[in-house]
Design a protein around this ligand. Structure first.
Ligand code: CP
Length: 318
């Protein structure tokens, strides 16, 4: 792997809190850096010394399989020491605040904090409370920047470009931090984004971000290059948003019949976890158009890039 030039001025941020403030050049730089890190995972000894002597802590206040393990492994591949924090077995269960918890952990000499939290704005708040780097691993419905970056990486890898592609994000847009971050990243990179779902889950207010909103999936299927299916975020829904699961599957579930109406090279994406048989039929999730596991693989290189670039910017006092 060729490490990016230390003095490259494209990336100067020590935190990654969302994609809203990033420029297209910055996003491209992360994707290019991730591409250069991909090779590390093909070696017999899958490690580089980029973060040797640095300490990375995973502060997860919400469940996670992919993001948590991916960040841990990414940090280990960069030779960092990794601490795992579990909210349930920590002193937050005794009433300690997020800021106090973070400051106490930082006092042990932590360089990078990765936070997942149920409250929107928690990552920003943390970045204002500590001196170390802060990376947002998902805050409420607000943002999930590394998921969006790995989605962009996967689209670019499979399609050779992002500019000009027709990308649909389907399902529970309203409660999804992935939809918000994906939409911002895709639009910045020049894709045309269509948000699809029932009016309760895909309200027209999202048009203000530059996306198109439609309520009938079947109307747009033939024009799409990429379809990103989302999970219904049951944990964030407090009142009914569609009449029945059966009706939802009929109108918005993606199955073989719908695939037959798409372009032959359409990509079917999903950030996981998948509810098989609800938003996505099992044979589609496991089929040749599905990028689900490739997204997870690419997430590792993307998170290595984000950890490396933020730490490098922090080292320059930014
Ligand atoms: N895509 C994603 O964020 O998955 P996890 O909740 O398992 O981290």
């Amino acid at each position: 792997m060729t490490e990016p030039a230390v003095d490259d001025p494209v990336w100067t941020r020590k935190h990654l809190l969302g994609l809203a403030d990033l420029t297209r050049d910055e996003i491209e730089f992360i994707l290019d850096t991730a591409a250069s890190f991909q090779e590390v995972s093909t070696r017999s000894i899958k490690k580089v010394p980029a973060l040797r002597g640095r300490v990375v802590v995973n502060l997860f206040f919400e469940e996670s399989t992919r993001t948590r393990m991916s960040f841990s492994l990414a940090a280990q591949r960069l030779s960092a020491d990794v601490l795992d924090f579990s909210a349930k077995s920590s002193s937050t269960a005794k009433g300690e605040s997020l800021r106090d918890t973070a400051r106490n952990i930082e006092a042990m000499g932590v360089d990078i904090m990765i936070i997942r939290h149920p409250s929107a704005g928690a990552a920003l708040d943390l970045s204002q409370a500590v001196d170390c780097c802060v990376i947002n691993a998902g805050d409420g419905q607000h943002a999930h920047p590394t998921q969006a970056l790995l989605d962009l990486f996967t689209i670019r890898e499979r399609k050779g470009r992002i500019e000009g592609l027709n990308v649909a994000i389907v399902g529970d847009i309203a409660h999804s931090r992935v939809a918000r971050s994906d939409m911002r990243g895709l639009i910045k990179m020049g894709a045309r984004v269509t948000l699809v779902g029932p009016p309760t889950l895909a309200p027209r207010t999202f048009e203000q971000f530059g996306a198109r909103v439609v309520h009938k999936l079947d109307d747009v299927l033939p024009e799409l290059d990429v379809i990103n299916m989302l999970r219904i975020q049951k944990e964030r829904i407090t009142s009914p948003v569609f009449p029945s699961v059966r009706e939802y599957v009929q109108l918005f579930g993606f199955d073989r019949k719908r695939l037959a109406r798409c372009k032959p090279d359409v990509l079917i994406m999903h950030p996981g976890p998948v509810n098989r048989g609800l938003e996505l039929a099992a044979d589609i999730a496991d089929g040749p158009q599905s990028t689900i596991l490739r997204q997870v693989t690419n997430g590792l290189a993307v998170r290595m890039a984000v950890l490396f670039l933020c730490q490098q910017a922090a080292g320059k006092g930014r």
